[in-house]
Design a protein. Structure first.
Length: 169
């Protein structure tokens, strides 16, 4: 059964395997925050904890989670507690990515559902999510979790779809 888990140094070996899976695919790691690795790696884990309570000006607090199934990190998720004007247009509250070797197994849909529970715990009444117009898989995940499409935005000629997910009972 999949669950969300905060990054922890005790999972370093599996985390490195997760990163290697992305590197081998040639894709950019999503969400970006899980690809910001440091040596020693323990610095990465302590920085993730700090970002939940303190950030530099112009940034928002956020929580990073691994999507874990058994003893395997199958994906990662970043939940932004608030939104800047830029995030309202191009980033939203939640970003997620599934490890390339674990796609098409329903992990993104489950992970987003679990993230919505975290948003409810923080008292949000709705969340905003975005994805590229050509990202059909992400669109399906968002809609499956109650996403209602709102007006898109365009930056540098690229359209970004935007969705609101109400968090009422």
């Amino acid at each position: 059964m999949m669950q969300l888990m905060k990054p922890t140094v005790t999972w370093e070996k599996e985390y490195r395997a997760f990163l290697e899976d992305w590197r081998e695919s040639g894709e950019t790691i999503v969400p970006e925050v899980v690809g910001d690795t440091y040596e020693p790696l323990a610095a990465y884990f302590s920085e993730q904890e700090a970002k939940e309570s303190e950030v530099s000006p112009g940034r928002v607090t956020h929580s990073t989670y691994w999507m874990v199934d058994g003893q395997r990190i199958v994906g990662a998720l970043n939940f932004r507690h608030d939104l800047t004007e830029n995030l309202k247009l191009y980033g939203g509250h939640i970003g997620y990515g599934i490890r390339p070797s674990e796609r098409k197994k329903g992990y993104a849909t489950i992970g987003l559902r679990l993230a919505l529970e975290e948003a409810r715990k923080r008292g949000l009444d709705q969340v905003l999510l975005t994805c590229g117009v050509d990202n059909l898989a992400s669109r399906r995940v968002i809609v499956a979790n109650g996403g209602q499409e709102i007006e898109p935005t365009v930056r540098n000629g690229r359209e970004t779809c935007r969705f609101i997910i109400p968090l009422g009972e």
